[in-house]
Write a protein that binds this ligand. Structure first.
Ligand code: HEM
Length: 403
């Protein structure tokens, strides 16, 4: 992690891994929006941080000026060994998220059907059964960690099911995903997580060639593009993306939502009493606690609204900050369960808009519904003891509740 104690000015020296930013980025964005709406830092290779809805969505939609092919992680790849790891093994990164058209177009088209509203609904019974089983495991004890014992356990198993890989490897997958995203500032852990995921899918492809099944990997192995099979490195990248994009993000969103209900009893009681509010409540949790910040690494110098952005620097796609912009959202820092107009960008904007949003929404709804049906009364054991992860994905990592 960066040297965090010496920050003097968030406008010129921010660090999104700083605990102050991780724990409460909202006040920092408010201040920046008024004084310097596009902040800059030299940390982590240099980046820019837009804080308004207009700037974040403008930049997300301008794929010519702000392409994804240069890199989408919020900090540079491992710095201790520039020759190691993904670039050689995954020359195209993890498409479609790391790709620009035309590679983006056809790789996205191949995965979308696996997360259509109908397909997502077909995973609902297994998700509901999983949520019930998790609650069975702790309900008698009168307490649980809503983040670690519940939220963290759900998306990884749903994704494993879609990919057709063993759900009993969930803890290993979760460890890799955390190494890649949450501990990205630690070169060794990031490398270990990346290699774990890649090696796993190299083996999974070999196995699925022998024993094809009714799953995404098998389908990708049989797909032909212009009469040619898809390169293994692209299939591995796509599968790695599904695992990485589908785990930490959704678990963080589930965790933040239930944490909100634990710390705001009036909202909890209202949602229990008025379950018809669930659709707007879920959109509101997604807006207020948007977990995902992406990046674009510039391939050439660009000037945007007077900001001299240099080739090699990153622009952080601050979707969470955009969702708190008072120009667009009335009372942005309040969670309003029945907020009527809510054009949030928690799932991004433009051609890279989240391909898994139907699935994520289903998982959010089922996990919150199941929790509230079984545990309508609960509260945080110690609000000050809750810990948050941040950086690329923000969400609670430990939040013990009693019931
Ligand atoms: C609450 C949960 C989630 C949130 C907040 C979220 C957020 C996002 C965001 C902001 C992007 C845009 C990235 C960019 O502009 O660079 C994105 C892309 C993507 N997400 Fe999600 N995501 C979530 C869940 C999922 C799930 C469950 C999956 C499926 C496994 C998934 C798969 C993807 C994929 C494949 C892309 C790349 C799409 C493209 O580049 O065309 N996400 N997500």
């Amino acid at each position: 992690m960066g040297d965090t104690q010496d920050i003097i000015d968030w406008a010129t020296d921010y660090d999104i891994f700083d605990p102050r930013y991780v724990n409460d980025p909202f006040r920092i964005w408010d201040t920046l929006r008024q004084s310097c709406p596009i902040a800059h830092t030299s940390r982590w290779g240099g980046s820019w941080l837009p804080t308004t809805y207009e700037d974040v969505t403008n930049i997300a939609r301008d794929i010519e000026t702000f392409p994804s092919g240069g890199g989408i992680a919020v900090i540079p790849p491992t710095t201790n060994d520039p020759n190691a790891g993904p670039p050689q093994l995954l020359p195209y990164g993890v498409p479609p998220i790391s790709a620009d058209p035309p590679l983006h177009t056809w790789t996205r088209r191949l995965i979308l059907p696996w997360m259509s509203p109908q397909k997502s609904a077909s995973y609902e019974p297994m998700t509901r059964e999983l949520c019930d089983r998790l609650i069975d495991g702790f309900i008698e004890s009168g307490r649980a960690d809503l983040a670690a014992d519940y939220a963290q356990q759900i998306p990884v198993r749903v994704i494993a099911h879609i990919l057709g890989v063993p759900t009993d490897m969930s803890d290993t997958f979760t460890g890799w995903v955390r190494d890649v995203l949450e501990f990205a500032y630690d070169a060794e852990r990031r490398q270990r997580g990346t290699m774990g995921v890649i090696q796993f899918f190299i083996d999974a492809l070999a196995e699925r060639r022998e024993n094809p099944g009714d799953d995404l990997i098998s389908e990708l192995l049989h797909t032909r593009i212009d009469g040619e099979p898809i390169e293994d490195s692209i299939i591995i990248g796509m599968c790695a993306l599904m695992l990485i994009a589908g785990v930490d993000t959704t678990w963080s969103a589930i965790g933040s939502s239930i944490w909100h209900l634990a710390s705001h009893p009036a909202d909890r009681r209202r949602l229990v009493a008025e379950p018809d509010l669930m659709p707007t409540a879920i959109e509101e949790f997604l807006r207020a606690y948007s977990p995902v910040t992406m990046a674009r690494r510039l391939l050439e110098d660009v000037e945007y609204k007077g900001c001299p952005m240099k080739a090699g620097e990153r622009v952080l796609m601050n979707f969470p900050g955009a969702n708190r912009d008072p120009e667009v959202f009335d009372r942005p820092d309040e969670v309003i369960l029945d907020r009527a107009i809510n054009r949030h960008v928690a799932f991004g904007a433009g051609i890279h808009r989240c391909a898994g949003s139907n699935l994520a929404r289903m998982e959010l709804r089922v996990s919150i519904e199941t929790w509230l049906a079984r545990l309508p009364e609960f509260e945080l054991l110690d609000p000050a003891a809750v810990t948050w992860a941040g950086g690329q994905v923000r969400g609670p990592r430990s939040a013990v509740v009693t019931f």
